[in-house]
Design a binder for this molecule. Structure first.
Ligand SMILES: CC(C)(COP(=O)(O)OP(=O)(O)OC[C@H]1O[C@@H](n2cnc3c(N)ncnc32)[C@H](O)[C@@H]1OP(=O)(O)O)[C@@H](O)C(=O)NCCC(=O)NCCS
Length: 315
């Protein structure tokens, strides 16, 4: 893709107009979509991100073929050194911002900022109603970038990784947990008001709760609930996925109170074991942080505020 003043920009969705004032960065940095030949450069960046626990290698192929993904990359010396993706979801309503990465050797030069503004411009031109992303509450540059594009923090959820699950023998079960199908969960899950802003979060992604969102999430995950008197008292989703360190059980728990939270947690330790996952990645409401860390098998990660936040800007 080449872009010169007064031209249009090719995207997977066709050609979109670029205003005069928006062109200088694109010309200077020659932002272009990712292509198959960038694979090694992207893997190289992933190896240097989060100690190699980056999800990019698992999404790279899908982004290239997904017509709703609008990737953006910047090259230096013939190699991609910075990238981002805007994925249009929720029937075109939301532009999901993901995969913002800059190679460590090129950080602090404004490349993330340029890509972020480029992605916002794309989102407005597509157009989508709103943009969203999640990030860790300790990721200061990512949060700062959000404020520069008018994003607001919508809510936080606690997160936790733990390995060596085979050494954990704790379990609890106060009331039964039933597996639920996507078809039977709506509208009772919305009426239960367990999910902040009625948004389902799974593995750093978020969808407004709806029958379609549940169907979509069910492609990846299984659901479990606890009910009392016809009302859902807890809801969780879980799925196994590949991680560089082996198979990981990714789970999100929403619960009315401590016992229902702990029942779900115990259930997912069992599910992780049944699915041969030795590590778990847990997302759960901030309200249960002290309950969670009071469990003697939980290993806190020192000096880190372990939470994610959902940022949003409505256009
Ligand atoms: C986050 C990341 C993309 C930033 O890349 P970068 O090229 O260094 O970012 P930039 O140089 O464009 O700087 C971004 C902004 O953050 C600011 N910033 C950097 N560190 C900061 C900090 N500790 N606190 C507050 N702001 C900070 C910069 O000053 C800049 O703001 P400005 O343009 O208003 O001056 C990069 O560090 C990275 O790839 N990290 C790993 C993956 C990741 O965390 N991705 C984002 C969340 S998914």
């Amino acid at each position: 893709m080449k872009s010169r003043a007064g031209e249009s920009l090719s995207t997977r969705e066709g050609r979109v107009h670029i205003s005069e004032s928006q062109q200088s960065d694109i010309i200077m940095h020659d932002i272009r979509p990712l292509r198959d030949s960038d694979r090694e450069d992207v893997l190289e960046i992933a190896r240097h991100t989060w100690d190699g626990h980056d999800y990019l290698p698992y999404f790279f192929d899908a982004w290239l073929t997904d017509r709703n993904s609008h990737t953006a990359a910047i090259e230096r010396g013939g190699h991609v050194v910075a990238l981002a993706n805007l994925r249009v979801i929720e029937n075109g309503r939301t532009g999901w911002m993901e995969g913002l990465r800059v190679h460590p050797d090129y950080r602090g030069q404004g490349l993330a900022s340029i890509l972020t503004h480029h992605v916002v411009k794309l989102a407005r031109e597509i157009p989508v109603e709103r943009i969203r992303y999640t990030t860790a509450v300790g990721n200061e540059s990512s949060l700062h970038l959000g404020t520069t594009i008018g994003m607001r923090r919508k809510f936080d959820l606690a997160v936790h990784w733990q390995d060596r699950l085979d050494e954990v023998s704790w379990s609890t079960s106060v009331s039964p947990i039933m597996e639920a199908s996507a078809k039977n969960l709506y509208p009772s899950l919305a009426e239960a008001r367990l999910l902040p802003h009625n948004v389902v979060v799974y593995d750093w992604k978020a969808l407004d709760l709806s029958p379609e969102a549940l169907e979509k999430t069910a492609v990846l995950a299984r659901f479990w609930i606890q009910s009392q008197g016809g009302r859902i008292e807890s809801f969780s989703l879980g799925f196994a996925h590949e991680d560089p360190a082996g198979m990981q059980w990714s789970v999100t728990i929403y619960a009315r109170n401590n016992p229902t939270f702990l029942d779900q947690l115990s259930h997912h330790l069992k599910m992780a074991s049944e699915n041969e996952c030795r590590t778990i990645f847990l997302t759960y409401p901030i309200d249960y942080v002290s309950t969670f860390y009071s469990l003697d098998w939980v290993r806190p990660i020192e000096d880190e505020e372990m939470a994610l936040t959902l940022l949003e800007r409505v256009f």
